[in-house]
Write a protein that binds this ligand. Structure first.
Ligand code: SAH
Length: 217
């Protein structure tokens, strides 16, 4: 069971106020952050810190993204209720929960089985209907394509062609793009002629997007 106390709710309100001060203005994003119990997605060692605007370690050497980053990517994604969204990098499942709280129909891929299993269980306990898949984000999910939105929550060293194919015309793909320690938040929009419009939104730092499932020899 996951408990959500008045103290948690109070800390979430403060976090939302901080995100507003940092420039997040989309009310639907702020409402979702206000609703989702981030502490449920973190190891008990960090529970006291769940509503600080910081990234924390999760299993398999990965991280739960900083709330500002989750909010910014969610805002740039421009999701509306009912939209089919693909996330690459389930990690803790927190970003997927925020998108589900905004009414998106979320499909999320993770290459580490332990993270996939844990996120799936927590999302289920909280009644977020996210379709979690243990797989390789470079391949996307052709069986469920096309997607109206795609969000990649790990640093993308090269554009995954399969994901571009699986994006609907008019759809948006949000990703931290770049090979070094710092990446550029990038939004690609698929135009009617099949080309992509590219916009950038500043520097971020993510764990890398790696090839294949972690158990692949
Ligand atoms: N959205 C997550 C962020 C997790 S960090 C959250 O809210 O907690 C990024 C995640 O991307 C890591 O868990 C990492 O294992 C995963 N990842 C990296 N390369 C991947 C790939 N090719 N396919 C699927 N997941 C990948």
């Amino acid at each position: 069971m996951i408990t959500d106390t008045y103290r948690h709710k109070g800390l979430r309100k403060q976090l939302v106020a901080e995100l507003e001060r940092l420039g997040i203005s989309d009310k639907k994003v702020l409402e979702a952050i206000n609703k989702v119990p981030r502490h449920a997605f973190m190891s008990s060692a960090f529970l006291e810190h769940a509503y600080e605007n910081k990234a924390f370690s999760i299993a398999a050497g990965q991280t739960i993204s900083q709330p500002y980053t989750v909010a910014r990517q969610s805002e740039l994604l421009q999701v509306a209720p009912g939209m089919k969204v693909l996330e690459v990098g389930t990690g803790s499942g927190y970003q997927a929960a925020v998108l589900a709280a905004m009414g998106a129909r979320v499909y999320s891929i993770e290459r580490h089985n332990i993270l996939h299993q844990t996120a799936k269980r927590v999302l289920g306990l909280l009644n977020y209907r996210v379709h979690c898949v243990y797989g390789d984000g470079y391949k996307g999910l052709p069986a469920f394509a096309p997607f109206q939105r795609i969000i990649i929550t790990c640093a993308v060293p090269r554009i995954p062609e399969a994901l571009l194919d699986q994006l609907e015309t008019g759809g948006r793909l949000v990703m931290p793009f770049g090979e070094g320690a710092v990446q550029e938040m990038t939004v690609l929009t698929k135009m009617p002629d099949g080309s992509f419009n590219r916009e950038t939104f500043g520097a971020f730092s993510f764990v890398p997007m790696l090839e294949k499932r972690s158990d692949t020899p």
